[in-house]
Design a protein around this ligand. Structure first.
Ligand SMILES: [Zn+2]
Length: 458
C-alpha cells in the first residue's frame, strides 16, 4: 500500500512539476527522488528541461487535470464522478471583493411576521435596515447566477479583535425558506432588542456574528414567482449543496455504490454542475469559508428536512466530530429538544455524494486545500496534493491531518416537520411561524452566544 501511494505521489509530483504551488503547500519535497526512482514515468520534454519546481509562475501553469486522467491515477482506490473546479473559477472566488452597503440614515424598528411573505426586494430592504444599526455591517459578498446580491450580515458592536466568530447561513436550497426567514428575523430582532436591553447588548459585544441568510436568492425567488416548489437548485439547475469543491465532493471509493441522490444534468436537485464550484453562489461561499473557517468557533447552516441536526463527516477526525456533536446537543437543548441528532455517515461518505457547505467548511478546518490539478480540496502529504479517495485508503490517515482550525464545529439544522413546511405558500409560512415559536427560535442567537462563551477557553 505504502509503495503504491509513493508511486502515485511521485507521478502526481511530476505532473505538477512546474505548476504553481497553491498557497500553503510546499513543493520543496515534491520531486522526491527516492520515490520517483521506482516510477516508470517519463517527464514531458518541456518539464525535463526546466528548472526547480515552483520556478514557473502564471495562470497558464494552473492546469486542471481532466476527469479521465484523474481517474486513471486513482483507479486503484476509486473514482471521481464530477470534473473539478476550474482554476479560473477558483481564482475568481479568491479575488471577489466584499462591498459594504454603508447605508445612510437611522434604522427603523421593524416587526417581522413570519407568516407574511418575504420576496427578494423585502429581504433587501431588511438588509439595508440592519446595516443602519451601529455595530452592524452588511456587505455584498457576491452575486447569484441572475445577478442578485448575496449579502453577509456582520454583527460586531465594539469591534472584532480577539472575539469568537459565529458563522451562520441559510436557504442554500431554494425551497427551504426557513433559513432566510428565520435568520433575517433572528438578526433583526436580536439587534433591535440590543438597543434597549443591556443583557442582549453585552452578549453581542462578546462575539462576532457573520451570517449569509440567503445563499440561493434566485432559486427562492423562482418559487415565489410560481416556479416548481420542489426546487432546491439555483437558476442554472445546480444544487449548491453538492457543488462545493469539498474534500469529499463527487468521489466514489472502490466497491461503493453511487448514491441515488445524484444527477448528471441540470434540474431541481442533486446536480453538482458540469464542474464543481461552477456557480457564482459557490464562488461567493468559497471565499467566505476560506476567510472565516480558519478562525471561526462554529458554523451553523439552516436547512429544512424534518426536525434534525447533522454533525459528523466521514473524513473528519473523531475529535472534530465530537466537538460538532457536542454543539449540536447544546442546540437541541436550546431549541427545546426539537432537533434530534442524526449521524451523517450512514447517508454520506465517498459514495458520489458530498460537496455540501458543511463538507467544505469542515474540509478547510481539517487542513485540506484547493488543488489546481484536482479542482477540489486535497490534503498535503509530504508536500503532495492527495485527494481524499486515495487518502481514505491509508492506514492511520489522521497522522497526516494538519488542521487549519482544530477547534472548529459545524452543524446543519433541518427545520420543518414535513414537506408542507417548504416553499412560499401561506400554509408553509404559518407552519414555519408556529415552529419558530414552539421551539424558541427567538432565543436562538443569544443562546448560541451563551454556549460559545461557556465553551471558550478562559
Ligand atoms: Zn437543504
Amino acid at each position: 500500500m505504502a509503495k503504491v501511494l509513493r508511486l502515485f505521489a511521485c507521478m502526481l509530483s511530476l505532473a505538477l512539476f512546474l505548476s504553481l504551488a497553491p498557497a500553503g503547500y510546499s513543493l520543496a519535497g515534491a520531486a522526491d527522488e527516492a520515490a520517483c526512482e521506482t516510477a516508470a514515468f517519463e517527464p514531458s520534454p518541456g518539464a525535463a528541461q526546466n528548472g526547480a519546481p515552483g520556478a514557473a509562475s502564471g495562470t497558464s501553469e494552473k492546469k486542471l487535470l481532466p476527469l479521465h486522467e484523474i481517474n486513471e491515477r486513482v483507479a486503484e482506490y476509486g473514482s471521481m464522478t464530477i470534473e473539478g473546479m476550474k482554476p479560473e473559477d477558483y481564482d475568481a472566488s479568491q479575488s471577489l471583493v466584499w462591498t459594504p452597503l454603508n447605508t445612510a440614515g437611522e434604522p427603523r424598528p421593524i416587526d417581522i411576521n413570519l407568516s407574511e411573505p418575504m420576496n427578494f426586494s423585502v429581504f433587501e430592504e431588511r438588509m439595508r435596515n440592519l446595516d443602519k444599526y451601529e455595530g452592524v455591517e452588511v456587505s455584498v459578498i457576491g452575486k447569484s447566477a441572475m445577478g442578485r446580491n448575496i449579502y453577509m450580515v456582520k454583527v460586531a458592536p465594539g469591534g472584532e479583535e480577539g472575539k469568537p466568530i459565529i458563522m451562520l447561513s441559510g436557504n442554500v436550497h431554494a425551497r427551504e425558506f426557513a433559513g432566510a426567514d428565520y435568520l433575517t428575523k433572528i438578526l433583526n430582532d436580536t439587534v433591535r432588542k440590543s438597543q434597549t436591553d443591556p443583557k442582549t447588548r453585552s452578549l453581542l459585544e462578546k462575539v462576532v456574528i457573520v451570517a449569509v441568510p440567503l445563499v440561493n436568492p434566485d432559486g427562492r425567488e423562482m418559487i415565489i414567482n410560481g416556479g416548481n416548489r420542489n426546487r432546491k437548485s439555483n437558476a442554472n439547475g445546480v444544487d449548491l449543496n453538492r457543488a462545493m469543491p469539498a474534500a469529499n465532493a463527487g468521489q466514489l471509493s472502490k466497491g461503493v455504490k453511487r448514491v441515488k441522490n445524484f444527477s448528471t444534468k441540470p434540474g431541481l436537485y442533486f446536480f453538482a454542475g458540469y464542474n464543481l464550484g461552477s456557480e457564482s453562489e459557490t464562488r461567493a461561499m468559497i471565499k467566505w469559508f476560506d476567510y472565516y473557517v480558519p478562525k471561526a468557533f462554529v458554523y451553523i447552516d439552516l436547512h429544512q428536512q424534518g426536525g434534525s441536526q447533522y454533525y459528523n463527516k466521514p473524513f473528519s477526525s473523531a475529535k472534530s466530530d465530537s466537538l460538532s456533536k457536542d454543539f449540536a446537543k447544546r442546540i437541541n437543548l436550546l431549541l427545546k429538544k426539537g432537533y434530534r441528532l442524526v449521524s451523517e455517515s450512514k447517508y454520506f461518505g465517498l459514495n458520489g455524494d458530498g460537496g455540501t457547505m458543511t463538507d467544505y467548511a469542515r474540509s478547510v478546518a481539517e487542513g485540506f486545500r484547493y488543488s489546481y490539478a484536482y479542482g477540489r480540496l486535497t490534503l498535503g502529504i509530504d508536500g503532495e496534493e492527495t485527494p481524499l479517495v486515495v487518502f481514505k485508503d491509508i492506514d492511520d490517515r489522521m497522522q497526516y491531518y494538519n488542521p487549519a482550525n482544530a477547534s472548529f464545529r459545524a452543524v446543519t439544522i433541518e427545520i420543518g416537520r414535513s414537506p408542507s413546511y417548504l416553499g412560499a405558500g401561506s400554509r408553509a409560512r404559518a407552519l414555519r411561524k408556529r415552529e419558530y415559536k414552539k421551539y424558541g427560535w427567538d432565543g436562538f442567537l443569544t443562546g448560541v452566544i451563551g454556549n460559545v462563551l461557556a465553551l471558550q477557553p478562559q
